[in-house]
Design a protein around this ligand. Structure first.
Ligand SMILES: C[S@@+](CC[C@H](N)C(=O)[O-])C[C@H]1O[C@@H](n2cnc3c(N)ncnc32)[C@H](O)[C@@H]1O
Length: 275
């Protein structure tokens, strides 16, 4: 299984027509304009939705002149929220063509195409200009990227001197039991999890400074448990709109993540640093 087919199989990334269906359930047809606020419940694939992105914007001091790179943009939720809330310009870099295409469509229909540029490519190899960005963000994506030291060097290079990065990602707190490790690799495609200390060391090694790492495990474990409980409670209403299979796919993802936190092996981390 290559990198792309492994990612495509992650249950969070299947049944992406759930966005169109979710919008339709709100009375928004597949070619209609979308008020950005209608999207934010559907397009944020990390912890704490737009609250987390608002925190990042505040930390990074983003405004209408800021140029931001989003690594692993998914369908563009964080990028659109930042552009909408601060007026900044975001380059939303996403590896999977299917997700990239959905992102382009949602951005156009929500009237943000002048502030969000979608790029389909691999963060390890996509051509990016040196010192082109005031900020780099990445939410729950670097876990998928095998060569994190190389990626962090790229982050350092694309940031202007003094520019900052803001990363949220999964981490490893303790070795995974064999069954958990199997699910981490196949269901989550978590190929690059390390301790928080080793993560921070990669940033320093890349030449980034003022590295601050915050352990988010306890908060995210509670979020994951609540997310799973809510998902199971809403089974009938969700399946009525999206089908049983779509419900089951996300249940699988959410239940594996919940179990990995409960095992004590999975953790979460927020890292900030400056070029
Ligand atoms: C959990 S999603 C998060 C999406 C978005 N950051 C959000 O919070 O809504 C992680 C994304 O990273 C993308 N990704 C994985 N490896 C990548 C790579 N090498 N380059 C660019 N994107 C990548 C995946 O395809 C996936 O869409």
């Amino acid at each position: 299984m290559n990198e792309l087919s492994g990612l495509r199989a992650v249950p969070l990334y299947t049944h992406v027509d759930r966005i169109t269906r979710g919008l339709a359930a709100r009375g928004i047809g597949s070619n209609d304009a979308i008020p950005p606020d209608e999207l934010f419940a559907l397009d944020q694939w990390h912890y704490h939705g737009t609250d987390a992105i608002r925190d990042a914007a505040g930390f990074l001091g983003l405004g209408s002149g800021s140029r931001v790179l989003d690594i692993g943009a998914g369908i563009g939720g964080p990028a659109r929220f930042l552009a909408h809330a601060t007026g900044c310009h975001v380059t939303a870099l996403e590896l999977q063509p299917e997700l990239h295409r959905v992102g382009v469509d949602l951005t156009r229909r929500s009237g943000l195409a002048d502030r969000v540029t979608h790029v389909c490519g691999n963060a390890l190899s996509q051509s990016l200009s040196t010192a082109a960005f005031d900020a780099v963000i990445s939410f729950l994506a670097i876990l998928h990227i095998p060569d994190r030291p190389a990626l962090m060097k790229r982050v350092q290079t694309v940031l202007r001197p003094g520019g900052q990065c803001y990363i949220e990602d999964l981490a490893r707190r303790a070795p995974f039991a064999p069954h958990d490790r199997e699910d981490l690799l196949t269901v989550v495609q978590g190929v690059a999890l390390t301790s928080i200390e080793d993560y921070a060391a990669d940033l320093r090694q890349a030449g980034l400074v003022d590295v601050v790492a915050t352990d988010t495990t306890n908060d995210w474990a509670l979020f994951a448990a609540q997310r799973l409980a809510d998902w199971r409670r809403d089974r009938v209403s969700y399946a009525a709109v999206h089908g049983e299979e779509a419900w089951e796919a996300q249940e699988r993802f959410y239940s594996v993540i919940d179990r990995l936190y409960r095992s004590g092996s999975l953790g979460g981390v927020r890292l900030t640093a400056r070029a």
